[in-house]
Ligand binder design. Structure first.
Ligand SMILES: C[S@@+](CC[C@H](N)C(=O)[O-])C[C@H]1O[C@@H](n2cnc3c(N)ncnc32)[C@H](O)[C@@H]1O
Length: 241
């Protein structure tokens, strides 16, 4: 596929996320025109997802929920394990991205995977689950603390919450991860740049998770931004309530 398929994504990112309407309307307005091109572009932008997925304790019979699952792309790297899982719920507020997820589920014939249009802050699974995944979704949720609380509430006693997302590295985050902090001007610039597209990396996320959960894995990396000579910081986190 040519780079022409990036155009709807780039155009939408240049225009940014609308400010009017409610959260679900803003998401749909932002993603509707780029749903078909979403996966290809985000493959080069949303780093660390495959590494985090490889660390998840998804044994036969396990249950998985992804909150803010978008197109369901994150099932691809673990596709061989999906048929053996008890259940997978892909939860998202954006109908256009969920339509892609439903096509994927049908194409793969995954009868144990369900795409649910719902708000991650309040949706509940039918039974407690083993793993909850939030991949680049908390930074797009105004009330991400409610989603973390909801995720923890739906886990089995030995379940895990796994998060990968953009971050800015302030001194507290740097200390937790054992990496150098970013200068404050750079942190401000990244937050402005991401904020244009409705992405809000919150420096309090990792300290909050580390405080609320028992940390099993915490790592900060830097990944390329397509077309730009920049690398954005992202965090991988796995913890147990
Ligand atoms: C950057 S996308 C990431 C999608 C997917 N996890 C991935 O790795 O490609 C963020 C997703 O979070 C969803 N989202 C944002 N707020 C949400 C909410 N309150 N409830 C459910 N989904 C939400 C968006 O619709 C979008 O699909």
């Amino acid at each position: 596929m040519s780079r022409m398929s990036d155009l709807p994504v780039l155009w939408r990112m240049l225009r940014g996320m609308e400010r009017g309407g409610d959260h679900a309307q803003r998401l749909e307005g932002f993603y509707a025109g780029q749903a078909a091109a979403y996966d290809r572009f985000r493959e080069r932008l949303l780093h660390g997802r495959d590494e985090l997925l490889a660390r998840l304790p998804l044994l036969p019979g396990s249950s998985l929920v992804e909150l803010g699952a978008g197109t369901g792309r994150n099932l691809e790297p673990i596709a061989d394990r999906i048929p053996g899982l008890a259940s997978v719920h892909l939860v998202d507020l954006c109908p256009s991205l969920l339509a892609v997820a439903r096509q994927r589920i049908a194409a793969r014939n995954w009868s144990n995977v369900t795409a649910v249009e719902a708000d991650a802050t309040i949706w509940k699974p039918p039974h407690p689950v083993d793993v909850v995944l939030c991949a680049y979704s908390l930074s797009m949720m105004p009330d991400w603390r409610a989603t973390v609380a909801n995720a923890c509430g739906m886990l089995k006693p030995d379940g895990v919450l796994a998060v990968v997302d953009f971050t800015v590295v302030d001194p507290a985050t740097a200390q937790l991860a054992g990496v150098p902090a970013q200068p404050s001007l750079l942190r401000w610039a990244w937050r402005r740049w991401f904020g244009h597209d409705g992405v809000h990396p919150d420096p309090t996320l990792l300290p909050y998770l580390s405080d609320k959960l028992k940390t099993g894995h915490l790592e900060i990396g830097r990944g390329r931004i397509p077309y730009l000579p920049l690398r954005a910081a992202y965090a991988q986190y796995i913890g147990r309530p």
